[in-house]
Design a protein around this ligand. Structure first.
Ligand SMILES: Nc1ncnc2c1ncn2[C@@H]1O[C@H](COP(=O)(O)OP(=O)(O)OP(=O)(O)O)[C@@H](O)[C@H]1O
Length: 450
């Protein structure tokens, strides 16, 4: 590969010199420009692999230049150098198509990482990466909605802007986040996923930002936070709406300044993690209710990706079901994949799937275990409105209980009732439940019933 070349645009010659030297040490040739016009001329005459631009230039601003680059040189990654704390321009730059931003004063270590990511983009493009998968995970579905999501993911993978993924539970928000990470220049770095709602409130800050030994009871040694663990990669903040307000303040700072201060530490440490967050809640509403900081929402929601509910794209169901049945068969080695009867498939396509793709997975897993033959009939699906025998009366779904647990509870109750009625005679219980002894054993092991 030829020596990489960068265009650096700033009207202060000191900064140009500093950036030129730093890039030179990374074996990158830097050409400079002090005005927008100058930069446009350079772009016409030379090929660049990266552009760094300041916000305010004598004849225009950096955002105009970013727009010009996005339009005429869409493959050229451009990053904005922003004044300390001026997140508005960083957000505007990323919305205009910037790949990332560097706060002033420029932290050279951060700059090096940013440049490394930009150059890896060039290598990924040259290698022609697989746009559909990452780490074996795939977004299945050929509906228009899924096609658009795939295109959006490919675009988002190319920049570093914070992404906020919305969508009901089980629509594939985490999968989308993994794909954005896996198709981008940070793919070789870690993908760290954290469910913000699952961390005990008083440990949130220490978990996210780390702590120093002795900073609170129980802090027996220095501990690195998830931000540091995700350095060079992506931090996925799932259920970000559940973060307590004090942690939101610190998160805001981390996103804005790209640095964190571990609990009990005197100094901040620079962190280089791309932030992708998600929530099934409407964050606008949470902001209105005063549960979520508006300024933080504005910063993490630079680009929004909405994962559609499964009922909005029923034509994806056959392909999803087929792939899932294959995967289930692979888990039960030696067994051929089951198929769905035409009635079962049409019942699935008519069903509303409040739990989305995850619910489809659960329904098929259960059907596979309960079905006696190799073709799943509509009765094996136990859909709430299907004709099949219901294991229990439908219960009002509590939003805080994951669907998987909810279905598991219904199943567990039916099995335990049958076992009680037969004085724990498994053969009799299986008969009562209309399943084979082998199926019952499988269910008991899965549900952890001894
Ligand atoms: N389009 C899809 N193709 C294949 N599998 C999918 C798709 N969408 C979701 N899945 C699968 O469905 C399951 C749920 O997805 P995921 O955990 O990403 O959802 P989520 O929206 O993050 O859920 P939650 O809000 O409950 O955290 C996963 O096993 C995932 O692999």
């Amino acid at each position: 590969m030829t020596k990489a070349q960068a265009l650096v645009v700033d009207d202060e010659s000191d900064i140009l010199d500093l950036l030129k030297i730093t890039l030179g040490r990374m074996d990158i040739r830097a050409l400079t420009a002090m005005t927008v016009i100058d930069a446009k001329h350079q772009l016409e005459r030379n090929h660049f692999d990266l552009c760094l631009t300041d916000m305010s230039l004598p004849d225009g601003n950096g955002i105009d230049l970013i727009r010009h680059i996005s339009e005429h040189y869409p493959d050229l990654p451009v990053a904005m150098i922003t004044a300390h704390g001026n997140m508005e321009s960083a957000v505007a730059a990323m919305k205009a198509g910037a790949f990332d931003f560097v706060p002033k004063p420029v932290d050279l270590q951060l700059l090096r990482r940013l440049v490394g990511s930009a150059l890896r983009l060039r290598e990924t493009a040259a290698a022609g990466g697989d746009a559909r998968s990452a780490g074996g995970a795939n977004l299945i579905g050929d509906s228009r909605a899924m096609e658009q999501i795939r295109q959006m993911i490919a675009k988002l993978a190319r920049n570093q802007a914070p992404v906020f993924i919305t969508g009901e539970s089980g629509t594939g928000k985490e999968l989308a986040a993994r794909l954005i990470h896996g198709q981008g220049p940070r793919a070789a770095g870690p993908f760290v996923a954290v469910n913000c709602g699952a961390i005990p409130q008083d440990l949130v800050e220490s978990e996210l930002f780390g702590h120093k030994k002795g900073s609170f009871t129980g802090a027996v040694s220095d501990k690195e936070g998830l931000f540091q663990a995700a350095s060079g990669g992506t931090l996925f903040l799932d259920e970000v709406a559940d973060l307590p307000l004090p942690a939101q303040v610190k998160l805001l700072r981390a996103v804005q300044e790209k640095s964190v201060r571990p609990v009990g530490a005197q100094q901040e440490v620079a962190v280089d993690a791309r932030i992708i967050s998600a929530s099934h809640r409407d964050l606008n509403l949470e902001v209105d209710k005063g549960h979520f900081r508006q300024d933080l929402f504005y910063r993490i929601n630079v680009i929004e990706l909405r994962m559609p509910a499964l009922r909005e794209r029923p034509r994806d169901i056959p392909a999803l079901a087929e792939r899932m049945l294959l995967r289930i068969a692979r888990h039960h080695k030696g067994q051929p994949a089951m198929t769905l009867s035409p009635d079962a498939l049409s019942a699935l396509m008519d069903y509303g799937f409040p739990g989305n793709v995850r619910e489809l997975e659960n329904i098929l897993e259960r059907a596979t275990a309960l079905c006696e033959g190799s073709v799943i009939a509509v009765g094996d699906l136990y859909l709430p409105q299907a004709d099949g025998p219901a294991l229990a009366a439908p219960v009002q779904l509590d939003e805080s209980v994951p669907l998987e647990d909810y279905l598991g509870e219904i199943e567990k109750k039916a099995i335990l009732d049958a076992l009680d009625e037969t004085r724990w005679n498994r053969t009799a219980a299986a008969k009562k439940l209309g399943m084979t002894l082998r199926s019952l054993r499988y269910r008991l092991a899965k549900l952890g019933i001894e």
